[in-house]
Design a binder for this molecule. Sequence first.
Ligand SMILES: Cc1ncc(COP(=O)(O)O)c(C=O)c1O
Length: 383
Amino acid sequence: MTGKPIDEQVPAWIREIQAYQPGRPIEEVERELGIHAVKLASNENPLGPSPMAVEAARRAMSDSNWYPDGAGYYLRKKLSEQLGMDMERLILGAGSCELIDLAARTLLTPGDNAVSSEGSFPLYYSAVRATGERLKLVPLRNFTFDLDGIARATDARTKVIYLANPNNPTGTIFLADTLDAFLARIPGSALVVLDEAYYEYADRPGYSRSLDLVREGGNLFVLRTFSKVYGLAGMRVGYAAGPAGLIAQMNKVRQPFNVSGVALAAAEAALDDLEHVRRSVENNRRGLAQLEAGLRGQAIGFVPSAANFMLVHIGAEASRIADAMLRLGVIVRPMGWMGFPEAIRVSVGTPEENDKFLTALGEARASVEGRRPQAVSPGQPRG
Ligand SMILES: Cc1ncc(COP(=O)(O)O)c(C=O)c1O
């Protein structure tokens, strides 16, 4: 054989992408360490999926010899009714991740750029970098998206702007008024991708009127998902609301059967189970309060969260502490790879799981640091 090996033929901009680091599967940890573990690492719903969704998925399995409805008609119809949004303004994805990618693939041409924030969801970065185009990253301000900085970084060649609200991994939000002022500064040539994966948890006054903006014809692509409050992360289904013309173009380049029939059925049923959503939001509200109180009790700093996870500042030994916690049966995520080397991110679990996390954190800190933890002022994040 002559010439460079095939992997070296891959363009440099793809070879340079840092692979996404998923949370470790619970089965793998349990097998390796021979323990029972709780997974608080990937912001999943600790209450599980809605039983109605499970039943619908089971029924749909028996039709799995057929390709699914590629347009996801019934799920889009139900979403359209629940959200008061034209069906033409809705698109489905294999999780909202697919739609993050689709925005970059559909819009970026040579010489264009995209803008987002440092310390945010890594898939924005890989979606843009996979196109070979430039990504400008603006630092967070006080753990929150700096919309002013992002507006200043936007130029005539900016085609996509990714905003996470709430942000992962900091759990912070910006309010609807702040978004309005930002949008007024953004040229019509740039699509604002507003990622609201944790929307249902963030029920704060003035948080979001994103769908109104889409209905009014705004240049906005709002992402939502069934992976979080609906408890269907393993099914891979999410959706976006955006301009109908853009969505028509995106439909040409997405995979024609991107969402499975089983996932479509489960998501449709999940939309009917409002009680499950309510319980999930309530469990999360209490869980955040429990975590906050427990962390304050151990004098550990954290960033107050509007989502179903929390960024916890535990100092220079964060990664070793997370490792020690793993051996105690609690899986959390060290956050160095997302730009916070002194922090871990913990997902809100059931009350028992949250307790287990707090106990394991105390024990792991004591064993790694070999002393009682230093006192820091309660609730104060240490960036
Ligand atoms: C900010 C953000 N957006 C999108 C997603 C992806 O979710 P999905 O499972 O819908 O692809 C996540 C998942 O953790 C996330 O944190």
